[in-house]
Write a protein that binds this ligand. Structure first.
Ligand SMILES: *Cc1c(COP(=O)(O)O)cnc(C)c1O
Length: 391
């Protein structure tokens, strides 16, 4: 079904589309929320003639609805919902064949680094890491066999900003696709397809779901042929989002706009307070004027600079460890993007799967602390950080 024609809401503004696209009332009962269809299989009228749905791995009405919403929010034509962010990323890498080459950013999710170096390589696909913030380094990493450029912006955990439009141009000049992991920015702040990217990937586990109660992923594209290739891979390998998770994701998406904007405001305020605190050595936040890519951040992240703040406290690793173990509202946990605030130490947690030498090379120091700012009151969050940093 073409998302543009599926609903009169398709031409409305973002916050309205998040609520209405993919959420047509049930025509039979008038239920305002479409029913959750848990069925794994669907009755056929005639043997060998397929209806709209036949088997939930191949298609499911509840999953289809949330795919319509996702496609609309990312300004794509099609979305595919996966059982996790890694399943979505894995499906994208399966577009490549033996002998092909991927260039990926240096500031990427630890699990993506692991997938590229320990799984994708088994299929004879080689990987080069290059800082996608540095366009000449990206150009230098491209080879005649490069088929995919993979970047994350803001990067993880150093919150670097890559210029999506410029990277798309380089990828396309070399006949490669550009895929953007848009988990940190969300389509509230950045819409990579509009800037020239070919594939947007999400860990829907994070902001899209937003409540730390579902695991999911998505790929969104703007080309039918690319959609068909990815759909074939998804159906053949099976990592689909379950109907119940699809329902939870649809519910989470309705408040995405409100949540992300408010979380950005709180993150900016906390980053400002941390920056002037003498106990803090260094704060990284793309909305602060001293961020190395502040001008690009302002242009590419519209409506807020994200809700992740990275910092280093004076006193090194032991002080950082004490801090992450002493906060009470900020829960010590990996993941991010939910209504509850989380804190973690990337070198020991989210980025433990990087080789230690690569962590050192890319500036992921052992004393780094990453905050995911939720929806609690800013003053309660500040008081929590204040007591945890200690004296
Ligand atoms: C969490 C995360 C992933 C992986 O997603 P899962 O849902 O955990 O499989 C990929 N990229 C980023 C930026 C993430 O934060």
């Amino acid at each position: 079904m073409d998302p543009q024609s599926s609903s009169s809401a398709a031409s409305k503004r973002f916050a309205t589309r998040a609520i209405h696209v993919g959420a047509e009332p049930d025509p039979r009962t008038g239920a305002v929320i479409p029913p959750l269809v848990l069925a794994s299989t669907f009755v056929q009228q005639v043997a060998g003639e397929w209806g709209e749905y036949d088997y939930t791995r191949s298609g499911n009405p509840t999953r289809h609805n949330v795919e319509l919403t996702l496609a609309s929010l990312e300004n794509g034509t099609h979305a595919l919902a996966f059982s996790s962010g890694m399943a979505a990323t894995h499906a994208a890498t399966m577009l490549l064949e033996n002998g092909d080459h991927i260039v990926a950013g240096t500031d990427i999710y630890g699990g993506t680094y692991r997938l590229l170096h320990k799984i994708t390589n088994r299929a004879g696909v080689t990987v080069t890491l290059a800082p996608t913030t540095d366009l000449s380094a990206l150009r230098a990493a491209m080879t005649p066999r490069t088929r995919l450029v993979w970047l994350e912006t803001p990067g993880n955990p150093l919150l670097t900003i890559s210029d999506i439009a410029a990277c798309a141009e380089i990828a396309h000049q070399h006949g490669a696709l550009l895929a953007v992991d848009n988990t940190f920015a969300t389509p509230v702040l950045t819409q990579p397809l509009t800037l020239g990217a070919d594939i947007v990937m999400h860990s829907a586990t994070k902001y899209l779901g937003g409540h730390s109660d579902l695991l999911g992923g998505a790929l969104i594209v703007k080309s039918s042929s690319l959609r068909d290739r990815l759909y074939f891979i998804q159906n053949a390998t099976g990592a689909v989002l379950s109907p119940f998770e699809s329902y939870l994701l649809a519910r989470g998406l309705k408040t995405l706009d409100l949540r992300v904007r408010h979380q950005c405001q709180t993150a900016l305020e906390l980053a400002r307070r941390l920056q002037v605190d003498p106990r803090v050595q260094h704060v990284i936040y793309p909305g602060l004027p001293d961020h190395p890519h502040a001008a690009l951040a302002q242009r590419q992240l519209t409506g807020g600079a994200g809700a992740i703040v990275t910092l280093e406290v004076h006193g090194g690793v032991s002080r950082a460890k004490r801090m992450v173990e002493t906060t009470r509202l900020f829960r010590l946990a990996v993941s991010l993007g939910a209504v509850e605030s989380l804190i973690e130490q990337p070198a020991l947690m989210s980025h433990a799967s990087y080789a230690a030498a690569d962590r050192a090379r890319y500036g992921i120091t052992d004393g780094l602390v990453r905050l995911s700012v939720g929806l609690e009151h800013v003053d309660d969050l500040w008081e929590d950080l204040d007591q945890a940093i200690g004296h």
